[in-house]
Design a protein around this ligand. Structure first.
Ligand code: PLP
Ligand code: ZN
Length: 396
């Protein structure tokens, strides 16, 4: 299994850059870089039928992953999470084809494992051993775990109000954890300073090209698990946006490889944000290309407490191109949805996962989804990491 990675390409100005040296954002314009592959050759080597015999983790798509030597892959078994039809939950809200992709079963309990397995592996391959990042919580836990597995140094800057589980796990994995009085954007500034002062490599999301490569595997998996026919709707809880843009990138790649027919009908991508922090929803409604920074972000869904994101234009492009929409839900709606999801599907979701069901209910009220459509809710994390915020809601 060889990677067909060829170069990095700027998603904004189109400039091409060498992928085999450490690089973060586009040196020309400062925007997000995507990893690009020789998909034509990859498609001759890796056919859909070959996947059946491959390991049940995200590295089954190795040819379109950014790590050249298998010995550099740092894995804890992330990915290939279950995509389950949730009949009882669907019936309750009048949907005949409702699915949950449960990312809560990933190592470290969230989909962040995918991005960090990819980023830490590629950093290792490029000879980088000391990493830093700002994180809302789950990404920090994931980076810490993968650095522990690889024997690398993890430095983490996390808002002081991040869930307790995230703080504890970073310490357990031996990371250097700094709690920040402020938001993830403030943590980002401190991480950048630490990187400059101590020669650390900063793997802030979408400010390095490889986390998105890990997250795109959710898109590959949805297609594979649905026998290569895409759902009609994907509902995604959006913070920095890496997940939603990663899934779309996977659809592009699969079309280019002939794994999906050219011009295949793509899902409508639904971006759900918290009412107390919805920069992308505001930009979507205003018809803008970039989002304004939210001044006082607040929501119990720490992963959605992202007041500004470098990839805002990418998320907005995906939502518009797909014919989807962007909408907000309140914290109370998220908690109610977490309860319904747990009770009617057996999936105990993070508040972010609850946000997808809460969002779907609103779409349905607005007549934006039909009862027979195939709908996938992305539960991005496990409720067990949020006991400090969910516990009180459930009488603990
Ligand atoms: C559980 C959970 N869901 C969703 C998100 C938002 O993810 P993205 O940055 O891909 O939009 C996060 C980010 O921290 C998260 O931890
Ligand atoms: Zn550029």
């Amino acid at each position: 299994m060889t990677s067909y990675l060829t170069h990095l390409e700027c998603t904004y100005c189109g400039a091409k850059h060498d992928a085999d040296r450490p690089i973060r954002t586009c040196p020309k314009c400062g925007k997000v870089l995507y990893a690009r592959y020789d998909l034509e050759t990859a498609s001759l080597v890796l056919k859909r039928e070959h996947l059946a015999g491959r390991p049940a983790n995200m590295w089954r798509y190795a040819e379109v992953m950014p790590v050249r030597s298998p010995e550099n892959v740092v894995t804890l078994g992330e990915g290939f999470t279950p995509l389950m039809k949730v009949e009882r939950l669907g019936r309750k809200f009048g949907f005949g084809n409702l699915y949950i992709k449960d990312e809560g079963v990933n190592p470290t309990g969230s989909f962040k494992a995918r991005g960090l397995s990819a980023a830490v592996s590629r950093a290792k391959e490029l000879g980088l051993t000391r990493l830093t990042m700002p994180s809302a919580g789950n990404a920090a836990g994931a980076m810490s775990a993968y650095c522990a597995a690889a024997g690398m140094v993890a430095n983490v800057f996390m808002p002081r109000d991040a869930p307790e589980a995230n703080q504890v796990e970073c310490r357990a994995y031996g990371a250097n954890l700094t709690l920040v009085d402020g938001f993830i954007t403030d943590a980002g500034k401190l991480s950048a300073v630490a990187a400059a002062e101590h020669g650390l490599f900063d793997v802030s999301t979408l400010r390095e090209p490889y986390r998105a490569e890990g997250k795109k595997t959710m898109g590959y998996e949805i297609a594979e698990q649905m026998a290569w026919s895409l759902p009609d709707v994907i509902v995604y809880p959006t913070g920095g946006g890496t997940g939603i843009v990663g899934i779309w990138k996977a659809f592009d790649e699969m079309e280019q490889m002939g794994w999906l027919p050219r011009g295949v009908k793509r899902p409508r991508m639904i971006c759900v944000q918290a009412e107390g922090c919805a920069p992308l929803v505001a930009a979507f409604i205003a018809g803008k290309e970039h989002a304004e920074t939210v001044v006082r972000p607040h929501t119990i869904a720490s992963g959605l407490r992202v007041p500004a994101a470098i990839g805002d234009y990418l998320v907005l492009r995906v939502v518009r191109e797909s014919g989807g929409t962007a909408l907000t839900v309140t914290d109370d709606e998220m908690i109610a949805a977490v309860r319904e999801m747990a009770d009617l599907s057996g999936v105990f979701a993070a508040p972010e996962g609850g946000a997808t069901l809460a969002g779907l209910k609103k779409l349905s009220e607005q007549g934006l989804v039909q009862s027979d459509e195939r709908i996938v809710l992305l539960n991005t994390g496990s409720a067990l990491k949020y006991m400090d915020v969910l516990g009180p809601a459930f009488g603990a």
